[in-house]
Design a protein around this ligand. Structure first.
Ligand code: BTN
Length: 274
């Protein structure tokens, strides 16, 4: 699992205090050395009465969860963080939490000159490689989301596969270190989550989507769906990918728009050179 990492909670508290102009989501911090999954612990804390804004951070996870039921390898050196919230959204809108979080974190990292983009729907990418991912889980009652846990994994100093990148190595290769520590990265991510959720709630999904697609690295990509070629033109409020298809109707080319749900097509990495 690699060398144990110490997490300096006071440094995170001080950085959050210094960087926050106002507090939209009152964070309460719960820091652990090792957990099965920070998402799981956030759910347990909610069951025990924790308030929205409850944050769980672990320096490693033994059963980290990824999208589509995959495992999220979580050795020490990475950032593993979850935030519990009680959003006012319908169940059909649950992807908005992931879109808001992805945009908020990418925009916050860009403010620090780390050129992070978004790969639809929930990946954070840097130089065409996966820097991190988001897993949002929800509890639904009568078609409404009653509680949600937003989990974020970011490669800080942990080993990564070929399609991945870690921020420590990237900063070394750039000869500049805008994010000097795991604690500053945690603070940047929390500020990003807060600003994404604030944008979604206060400004609404259409404004959020216009910002999200500005950072979407897949815009204009060509992909095949059922052997037909389509071009990525945006994302719907439900989080589906919008595609303009090229279809021949007898001799005439028509370009109907379709949308595909997350998890139904895969977009691949490394379109840009490193
Ligand atoms: C993905 O598959 O891209 C999403 C990965 C999300 C991983 C994070 S790590 C912190 C939180 N706890 C988990 O078990 N998963 C999420």
């Amino acid at each position: 699992m690699g060398t144990a990492v110490e997490f300096n909670q006071q440094l995170l508290v001080n950085t959050l205090k210094a960087e926050r102009e106002h507090s939209y989501l009152p964070f309460s911090l719960h820091i652990f050395d090792s957990l099965t999954s920070t998402n799981q612990t956030a759910w347990n804390l909610l069951k025990q009465g924790a308030k929205p804004g409850c944050v769980v951070i672990a320096t490693q996870q033994t059963a980290g969860k990824g999208q589509w039921g995959r495992q999220w390898l979580s050795p020490s050196g990475g950032l593993y963080l979850s935030v519990a919230i009680t959003p006012k959204l319908e169940a059909t809108e649950s992807y908005q939490l992931t879109l808001a979080t992805a945009w908020g974190i990418a925009a916050q990292l860009q403010k620090c000159d780390v050129r992070v983009g978004i790969k639809w729907p929930n990946d954070l990418v840097l130089d065409g490689r996966k820097l991190g991912g988001i897993l949002t889980e929800t509890k639904i009652h009568k078609g409404q989301i009653t509680q949600a846990v937003i989990g974020v994994g970011i490669n800080w100093a942990n080993p990564v596969p070929q399609t991945g990148i870690n921020l420590e190595l990237w900063q070394g290769s750039q000869n500049f270190r805008p994010i000097p520590s795991l604690e500053i990265l945690a603070s940047t991510v929390l500020l990003g989550i807060e600003s994404g959720l604030e944008c979604l709630t206060i400004e609404g999904i259409n404004i959020l989507l216009s910002r999200y697609v500005e950072l979407l690295t897949n815009m204009g990509d060509e992909v095949y769906v059922n052997n037909l070629l389509g071009t990525v033109v945006g994302v719907t409020p439900q989080g589906n990918l919008r595609l303009k298809m090229a279809v021949y109707n007898t001799q005439e080319l028509i370009t109907p728009e379709i949308s595909v749900e997350p998890g139904t097509i895969s977009l691949g990495y490394c379109k840009t050179s490193v």
